[in-house]
Each structure stands twice: as structure tokens, then as C-alpha cells.
Write a protein that binds this ligand. Structure first.
Ligand code: AVJ
Length: 328
């Protein structure tokens, strides 16, 4: 197990990092397994090393990338109603807490009894926790470094009150509908009876708007995608030549998702440790799906996983949604 963020001190308001739940070896195994598939694929959770997290923050500032701005506008405009739905004094668990500006709004309005951010990026988690500690000295923070798609133990006593999981950013779009179903079921178990969930979900819309958001003019999304290969080179001693791969993203309407790929520009072989992978010209590595949902489509998915859709909020332009779900 990698234990990159291990600090245990306790008084209220201090950050407590639990033992990392991301085994270093699983990165290598996942990469080798993914590159061995007929359609080569890599899990998008590995985008977020220190450089990847910075690039993602740059994506969020791009004019073409509407989701972050839309969700932020939604939160700012409706925060009173959202906090009322979550109910003051609840314990707040946040999955994929990367960028924390939305969390700040919610914490300020909700004043939770405790706050447990869960993130796969130790760097992002540490920075966000430090900012929160400065801004909300009264807040009990229990940071968890780990992969929230796997069953996780969140160190929060039941006496902390009703559990509310906040899952912003449409990160749920990275999962296939089947995976999202399993994930929602797991979260349903995590919050328990009477628990609730606030999920940010990107909406279906004009394919040209979607296309622009994942093919920005400055090439930041391309750099973000290619950084995955740079990370594999750096951490696993691989020899990907980045100039021989090109970012390719498109909307697949039949499946309701953006697909990101890295396309090999030549016939070539790549070594990852003792493994060798052959690419024909034009062959791709599928690096990410970003599913888009209609309001009803997402509600039906949540319903099938044991949640009732009680509330839904949209940003002023109607591009992005936040669902308020309660355990059925
Ligand atoms: C963090 C998964 C929500 O799907 O829009 C942004 C990641 N990929 N640009 C998304 C991403 C390319 C993002 N999520």
C-alpha cells in the first residue's frame, strides 16, 4: 500500500489523513490489463497526478468547458435551498473533492457536524484540506485518500448525524450506467436509512457544445489526456513517445457519452516494464467516458439503486443539473 498521506493528529479542526487506500501496484496492473484489451483502455482515475490535477483545474477555467462554471452558478444561486435539503448538522462526505470552491459554499450554508473529503489525488486533498482548515476553523475534517468507486470506510461516528454524500462535478459521468448503478447502491449503503445524496450531473445537449468542451482551442484537454501517458512513463518506466499519439474526443449519441481517446499516429510498439504493446496506425487507447443524462434518465437510474429523486436544480442556462436524492 502506498502511504503518501499519513498524518494523525486529532483535535477538532485538524485534518486527519487515513492510510492511503490506493495500492501502488494496482496502477501498474490496471495499465497492463487495460493495454492488453482488444480495444485498449486506461481508467480515467489515473489522470489526476499532481500535473493532471493542475491541468484539470486549467480545463475548468476554459471558456469552452461549461460544466464547472455552470455548476458553480447553480450552487451560488440555489445554495439556500440546497442546504435546506441537506439539513443543517448533517455529516457531509464529499467524493472527488478536487476543486473545493463549491464545497466552501455548501459548508458555509450547511454548517455540517463533520466533513470527510475523499479524493484519489493526495496533493489535491492536502491543499483543499489546508484551505478549509484556515477558512472554517470550527469544522472537523476527516480527509480520506482513496478511490471512492471501491467500498471505503469513512471515519465518521454515527453520532455525527444524518449522512449526506456530496458528489459534484459530474464525476459520475465517468462510470458506465451499470457501474453508476452499482456505485449508487454502494453509496446508499454508506449513507444508511434516511441518508441523502447531492449529485452533480451534466445534461444532454447540443453535440457541438459538448464537442467544443472536450476539444478546446488551447489544447489543454489534449495535454490533460496525453499526461496520462507521461505519468505511465514516469511512474512505471514506460517509453510512450507522446508526439506519436493524438488526443481525439467525440460525442457518441447512441451511448449518450463523450469518449476520449489517444490515437496512435504510427505503427509502433511501447514497453511498459517487461510488457510490450503493439499499435497499428490509427489504433486508439480509450481513456475516458463522460456520460450525459436527461433529468428523467438520471432519476430512473437513481431510483433503480434505492434513491428517490426529491429535488433537481439547474443552472440559469440549463446546461447542468444537481440532484437531491434521499434513500428510499
Ligand atoms: C471530471 C469527469 C467530470 O468528464 O467533463 C474534462 C473530466 N475530461 N475534460 C468530464 C474531463 C476532459 C470531467 N470530469
Amino acid at each position: 500500500m502506498a502511504r503518501s498521506a499519513r498524518r494523525r493528529s486529532s483535535p477538532l479542526g485538524e485534518t486527519r489523513f487515513s492510510v492511503s487506500l490506493v495500492p501502488a501496484e494496482s496502477f501498474r496492473e490496471d495499465v497492463i490489463a487495460g493495454l492488453s484489451l482488444p480495444q485498449k483502455a486506461l481508467p480515467p482515475k489515473y489522470f489526476y497526478d499532481a500535473r493532471g490535477s493542475r491541468l484539470f483545474e486549467a480545463i475548468c477555467r476554459l471558456k469552452e468547458y461549461y460544466p464547472t462554471r455552470s455548476e458553480f452558478a447553480l450552487m451560488r444561486g440555489r445554495i439556500g435551498e440546497i442546504a435546506r435539503f441537506a439539513r443543517q448538522g448533517s455529516a457531509l462526505i464529499e467524493y472527488g473533492s478536487g476543486d473545493s470552491r463549491k464545497s466552501h459554499l455548501l459548508i458555509e450554508a450547511l454548517r455540517p457536524s463533520a466533513y470527510a473529503p475523499v479524493d484519489i489525488s493526495a496533493d489535491a486533498l492536502q491543499q483543499a484540506s489546508a484551505r478549509l482548515r484556515r477558512r472554517f476553523p470550527w469544522l472537523e475534517i476527516r480527509a480520506v485518500h482513496g478511490d471512492f468507486t471501491q467500498p471505503l470506510k469513512v471515519p465518521m461516528a454515527p453520532s455525527r448525524g444524518r449522512r449526506v454524500v456530496y458528489f459534484p462535478g459530474s464525476t459520475i459521468g465517468n462510470l458506465t450506467p451499470e457501474e453508476a448503478h452499482a456505485f449508487l447502491r454502494m453509496t446508499r449503503g454508506q449513507v444508511g436509512p434516511g441518508g441523502a445524496m447531492l449529485v452533480g450531473v451534466d445534461l444532454k445537449k447540443d453535440a457541438n457544445v459538448l464537442h467544443a468542451a472536450y476539444n478546446d482551442a488551447k489544447g489543454v484537454t489534449a495535454a490533460f489526456n496525453l499526461n496520462l501517458l507521461a505519468r505511465i512513463n514516469r511512474e512505471l518506466g514506460a517509453d510512450f513517445r507522446l508526439r506519436r499519439f493524438r488526443h481525439y474526443a467525440f460525442y457518441n449519441p447512441a451511448r449518450g457519452r463523450i469518449e476520449m481517446h489517444l490515437v496512435s499516429l504510427a505503427r509502433q510498439t511501447v514497453n511498459v516494464g517487461n510488457y510490450r504493446f503493439a499499435f497499428v496506425e490509427g489504433e486508439s487507447i480509450h481513456t475516458e467516458n463522460s456520460y450525459k443524462y436527461s433529468i428523467e434518465g438520471f432519476r430512473a437510474l437513481a431510483r433503480s439503486a434505492g434513491f428517490t429523486g426529491k429535488k433537481v436544480w439547474l443552472d440559469p442556462r440549463g446546461l447542468f443539473s444537481l440532484h437531491g436524492l434521499v434513500a428510499s
